[in-house]
Write a protein that binds this ligand. Structure first.
Ligand code: AGP
Length: 607
């Protein structure tokens, strides 16, 4: 949440900073600002989007060192004054900050008692005052002194009028990367802001600080001793990041359409047709270790958690190993019992969701083994795990996750296959699933080709203030994910329920004004599911059913959406995709900014 950029080098900093912020806007978009160090520190900041900041920029704002920020509000509403950077009273120091300071209230009071007038409602402003009040000789030592009294999480960047050749950054719980250029250096909270300039980066660790100057960077700890963090080239295609800053088509739409290719990438080189299994070298587990796994526990948040529920179902079916998924945001608070025979799986697109990261750290502290299903290479969660499977979905910047979710499903299918094949899953069944996985990209194309009709259904659903999404067993996480997509971008109330639980309460809400989207694949539960559809129809509830061709729904249904058949274990993936498109078109119909839904941001790095 929130995006940070920083620059030191031979070019004018301001345009580089605003361009970097535009590429980070998915991380927070309620206000934005920059500070540039020339003959003094100059700050420009505005509530609203980066575009509004660019519009407010004075013609000349000279300086070759600077920092910038795009904000997702935590302390105080989105306003010009609460936007970052924050400065001390004299405007000597400017700070941008991601994360939350836990003792900001106490620090604010202490500063006020000392006669400091605070301009904003934010926690961040105290850092600027603390740095400015330090009597240390170097900017590094001033920042360290300020950090010594701060409690909480941060990724922060500081500039100072007396040290115009440098930016000092510090990390504790919020990601920061240093980007190495030719006689210029960058810093950012996300690779997306760097790739246009460099793909040689250094990831800072928690507790680490860095100084960047035009000629290089140094890293150190709070006692000012040097660390040996070095830069390495990351294997990314910079063109894959281009759309976010320049395209006009909503990013979510592009990302949905990329799913055949992203799923293909997740599968690439990992399927073994001959032995009907998967190769997942990144797990770092040999067959004996895989066989020794007694349970699987999957942890993720939001859509990643729902993908985890799909994954747990796959693992139980294919490997016959007890498996379940839990919201990492709950797990980490309940002092969970960690079992050495359980394989813990952390699933995350960004690799920086703080609840998932803290769950991973807690498990490892207690001696558990955690592997990651993560999209962003080198991210905090990926680095905190014992091993893992990179998703290779490509950059995902729309807040509503689509291609990451479907690649998570594929990652779980590969894991389930490998766990199954070291147990009792037959070669024949393994080959059946390998073939099914191989068919997915083309079948996803088929689903996407039905967009026009899904758009009409989305328009119809947009009229309802409230609706249900229901499914059973494999279909239930699909229903949860469908409801999640609809609510986060259309702001309509969408409640996911197990099909079987409807009659235990929520059926009371069914009426002609409350549609139900039902997931009814052609499997061993179809008849049961059709029974539930009758119960809904009997109460006048309009039905949209996602199903397979040939399933006889009689005249129960207002709309049916057929997806291609694959192996039944793999059904959730193809059943999920139409719901993405329906949600997208519902949101467009209602005139919402689908890529930047209200109150949300792409990565949830605050607790
Ligand atoms: C998905 O549409 C949501 N924006 C959100 O639930 C997301 O999946 C969740 O915050 C987890 O993010 P992660 O995959 O980056 O960990």
């Amino acid at each position: 949440m929130c995006g940070i950029v920083g620059y030191v080098g031979g070019q004018q900093a301001a345009p580089l900073l605003t361009e970097g912020l535009a590429r980070l806007e998915h991380r927070g978009y309620d206000s934005a600002g920059i500070a540039v160090v020339g003959s003094a520190v100059r700050v420009v900041k505005r509530a609203g989007r980066v575009q509004e900041l660019v519009g407010a920029m004075p013609k000349r704002i000279a300086g070759r060192t600077g920092i910038g920020h795009t904000r997702w509000a935590t302390h105080g509403p989105a306003s010009d004054v609460n936007a970052h950077p924050h400065t001390d009273a004299t405007g000597t120091v400017a700070v941008v900050h991601n994360g939350i300071l836990d003792n900001a209230g106490a620090l604010r009071r202490r500063l006020e008692d000392a006669g400091v007038e605070l301009a904003s409602d934010t926690d961040t402003e105290v850092i600027a005052h603390l740095v400015a009040r330090s009597e240390a000789d170097t900017l590094e030592a001033k920042v360290v002194e300020a950090l010594a009294v701060i409690e909480g999480t941060y990724g922060l960047a500081v500039v100072h009028a007396d040290f115009p050749d440098r930016v000092v950054v510090a990390r504790n719980g919020s990601p920061l990367l240093v980007g190495v250029g030719e006689k210029e250096m960058f810093v950012a909270s996300d690779l997306a802001a760097l790739v246009r300039h460099t793909t040689t980066v250094a990831h800072l660790d928690d507790g680490e600080l860095a100084t960047i100057t035009a000629s290089g960077f140094t890293t150190f700890r709070a006692d000012l001793t040097r660390t040996d963090t070095s830069a390495h080239r990351v294997d990314v295609d910079p063109s894959a990041y281009e759309h976010g800053a320049t395209g006009t088509e909503p990013r979510m739409h592009t990302e949905m359409l990329e799913q055949p290719a992203s799923v293909e990438r997740t599968l690439r080189g990992r399927l073994d047709e001959r032995f009907g299994t998967a190769h997942l070298g990144g797990l770092g587990m040999d067959p004996r270790e895989l066989r020794a796994v007694q349970r699987v526990k999957i942890l993720g948040c939001g859509s990643a958690y729902y993908a985890g529920q799909m994954g747990a179902q796959l693992i139980e079916e294919l490997a016959r190993v007890p498996a379940d998924a839990e919201a990492a945001s709950e797990f980490r608070y309940r002092d969970a019992v960690i079992d050495p025979d359980t394989l813990y799986v952390a699933v995350s697109q960004s690799g920086e969701t703080v609840d998932t990261l803290l769950a991973v750290e807690e498990i490892r502290r207690k001696g558990g083994r955690v592997v990651g299903l993560v999209n962003v290479v080198g991210s905090a969660i990926a680095r905190a795990c014992d091993g893992g499977i990179y998703l290779h979905a490509g950059p995902e910047t729309a807040v509503a996750s689509t291609k990451a979710v479907t690649t998570m499903f594929v990652g779980f299918a590969l894991l389930a296959l490998q766990l199954g094949r070291v147990r009792d899953l037959s070669v024949a069944d393994g080959k059946r699933l390998v073939a099914g996985l191989g068919r997915l990209p083309e079948q996803i194309e088929d689903v996407l080709a039905g967009e026009d009709r899904l758009a009409d259904i989305g328009k119809t659903l947009a009229r309802a203030e409230s609706m249900f999404f229901v499914g059973r067993v494999r279909g239930y996480p699909v229903a949860r994910e469908g409801a999640q997509k609809l609510k986060e971008i259309s702001y309509r109330h969408a409640e996911a329920y197990q099909m079987s639980e409807l009659k235990h309460g929520p059926l009371a809400l069914i009426s002609p004004d409350v549609p139900t989207v039902a997931i009814v694949p052609d499997d061993e539960l179809t008849d049961r599911n059709i029974g539930a559809l009758h119960e809904i129809a009997a109460r006048g509830g309009p039905l949209v059913v996602v199903t397979h061709p040939g399933v006889d729904l009689g005249d129960l249904v207002a709309e049916r959406i057929d997806v291609p058949r694959n192996e039944k274990e793999l059904d959730p993936l193809l059943l999920t995709i139409p719901l993405q498109l329906v949600a997208y078109h519902a949101a467009l119909t209602l005139g919402h900014d689908v890529d930047r839904p209200r109150n949300l941001a792409k990565s949830v790095t605050v607790e």
